[in-house]
Ligand binder design. Structure first.
Ligand SMILES: [Mn+2]
Length: 548
């Protein structure tokens, strides 16, 4: 069972770093099958923080719903289209299967061969029993399947429609019968009846199989050589020889090519619905080139889902990776408001009003007495100082300060230096278009039936703000119009001075309510305001309440 530790959509530094550090903690406390993931793109700052401490960004998951590939059997037992049905039957019997997929020489799936279809072939209905003498196979396949030895001539691999003729009649009856046969296609199966053997050779039949391991008279062998008739010696009696010869037909001859195949990425619940009414015994799983990479049986739906989740830095399913609701959530570590869905089982739910989820992870290490490796301390610092703007945000607690000091000792990195380095990388105003800067960290809210969005970007200085502000306002207006919001806001924060500019586009009646100093139309100066969730959001929802 794999445990995936994953943060919220539109991940920030805390979501990524807490997932990775908690995965390290889990491994150190004896849970090896743990993996950290993300469900959105990282940005330059996150990449910088990870790289600085020797990590690379965790695996990307667009959706964690169980998929066909999670439960399919990838060690597939197949039949080759050019192998005798006899060999396929042996494998079906050995494994107690109801049939096999049939592949070509490039592993492409051609169809399915079922034991039902084979049985129908070997035991045809009475009205079709005549056809049962025909075997569409090469002589070599027939020889091998019977286990016969060459007595005269050698067989080839050309596939022909052969007709098996058992001679159990008097010579004069056989003489009449012989006239009606096409000698090129005829394989006689006969015991040590020399007259019959001679008649067959003289008529120029393609092959004679001598049953019962009885061999052939040297004179007749010589005659056969002259006439070009192949003579094979079967170790079995006539009845067995016939049965074996018939099962020399190629698997490809008997396949149903009208079959349902699956793709490895198909979600299991979709596959379940698609296959519910099908009587097919198994479903080949094919890659984009039609190559067989696995097989799914209906019983595979009963297998337990091989993955469970630990959510970090969020607890609401609306913010979680797609498909999270379909997997067991076994733990949640968070520092936001509680909006978690009910769970089936009791779970570990650590929600603490501290500055970052990374603080909670650092605390887990301390409580368990597990030493924090210096690189892990480094990424924990990244998440902590990025969420608290280096311990200056009003969300910061005494616990955060104490932990930051401890982490700094372990990593040997000064928090202020690290914060400066992180925030100096990838300034949104310098590295993004105005549109990107507005949507990169945009959260949408609904209050009293009114929908609005608040974005935030963090800068080291307002030096690039003036040149960008007009475009930012335009981008805000575009988002507002596109999503039909009552207003869109962007908080541009200078993490050095702890001040912000607020840009808002929306209805005149709303804008008039904002009572911070307005530096120009649509832009306000918010000194000392840095936290979207703790400072700005309550202010804005308060204003909304004043609207008629
Ligand atoms: Mn966080």
């Amino acid at each position: 069972m794999q445990t995936l530790i994953i943060g919220h959509k539109n991940p920030d530094m805390d979501a990524i770093c807490s997932a990775m550090a908690y995965a390290e903690f889990k491994k150190a406390s004896g849970h090896p099958d743990v993996v950290a993931g993300r469900c959105g793109h990282t940005n330059e700052r996150i990449e910088y923080g990870l790289k600085r401490f020797g990590f690379s960004s965790p695996e990307y998951f667009s959706d964690v719903r169980p998929r066909v590939q999670d439960v399919m059997e990838s060690n597939v037992v197949c039949a080759r289209h050019d192998e005798p049905v006899y060999d396929a039957v042996a494998r079906i019997g050995e494994k107690h299967f109801r049939g096999l997929p049939v592949i070509d020489e490039n592993d492409r799936c051609l169809g399915l061969i079922s034991s039902f279809k084979i049985t129908r072939y070997l035991f045809p209905p009475r009205e079709r029993v005549e056809r049962s003498r025909e075997v569409h196979a090469s002589l070599e396949s027939i020889r091998k399947t019977i286990g016969a030895e060459h007595l005269v001539g050698t067989v080839d691999n050309t596939i022909r429609n052969h007709v098996l003729v058992v001679v159990a009649m008097q010579t004069d009856s056989f003489g009449k019968r012989l006239g009606a046969l096409d000698p090129e296609r005829t394989i006689l199966v006969v015991g040590d009846r020399r007259n019959i053997q001679r008649m067959g050779i003289e008529a120029g039949v393609r092959a004679i199989v001598i049953s019962g391991g009885m061999g052939m008279d040297p004179k007749l062998c010589e005659l056969a050589r002259q006439k070009g008739t192949i003579i094979l010696g079967s170790p079995h009696d006539t009845a067995t020889t016939i049965l074996l010869a018939r099962s020399a037909v190629y698997a490809g001859e008997m396949l149903s090519d009208d079959f349902i195949a699956l793709q490895p990425e198909t979600p299991l619940d979709e596959a379940r619905q698609e296959l519910a009414m099908s009587s097919q015994f198994a479903f080949p799983v094919l890659d984009d080139d039609g190559k067989m990479i696995g097989i799914l049986s209906k019983s595979d739906f009963l297998k337990p889902v091989p993955r469970q989740l630990i959510l970090v830095d969020h607890n609401e399913l609306s913010q979680a990776v797609s498909g999270a609701a379909d997997l067991p959530i076994v733990e949640i570590l968070d520092h936001h408001r509680i909006g978690a869905a009910p769970t089936q089982q009791p779970i570990l739910f650590l929600n603490r009003p501290v500055g970052s989820t990374c603080s909670i992870v650092a605390d887990c290490y301390e409580r368990e007495g597990i030493p924090i490796p210096p690189p892990v301390a480094g990424i924990l610092m990244c998440g902590l100082l990025s969420d608290t703007l280096n311990l200056t945000s009003p969300t910061t607690t005494e616990t955060d300060r104490r932990l930051m000091e401890r982490l700094s000792q372990i990593s040997g990195v000064n928090p202020t230096d690290l914060a400066a380095d992180i925030f100096s990388v990838g300034s949104p105003l310098l590295t993004m278009t105005s549109e990107q800067a507005v949507i990169a960290d945009c959260k949408e809210y609904e209050e009293r039936g009114k929908r609005f969005s608040v974005s935030q970007i963090e800068e080291l200085t307002f030096a690039h703000f003036d040149e960008k502000k007009a475009q930012l306002l335009e981008a805000l207006e575009a988002v507002r119009a596109k999503r039909d919001l009552i207003f869109t806001a962007l908080l541009v924060t200078d993490v050095n001075t702890q001040n912000s500019f607020l840009l808002v586009r929306g209805s005149e009646s709303f804008l008039r309510l904002i009572d911070f100093p307005e530096t120009e139309p649509g832009i306000w100066k918010l000194d000392g305001i840095v936290s979207r969730k703790k400072q700005l959001l309550p202010y804005l929802t308060g204003l909304l309440a004043k609207l008629p």
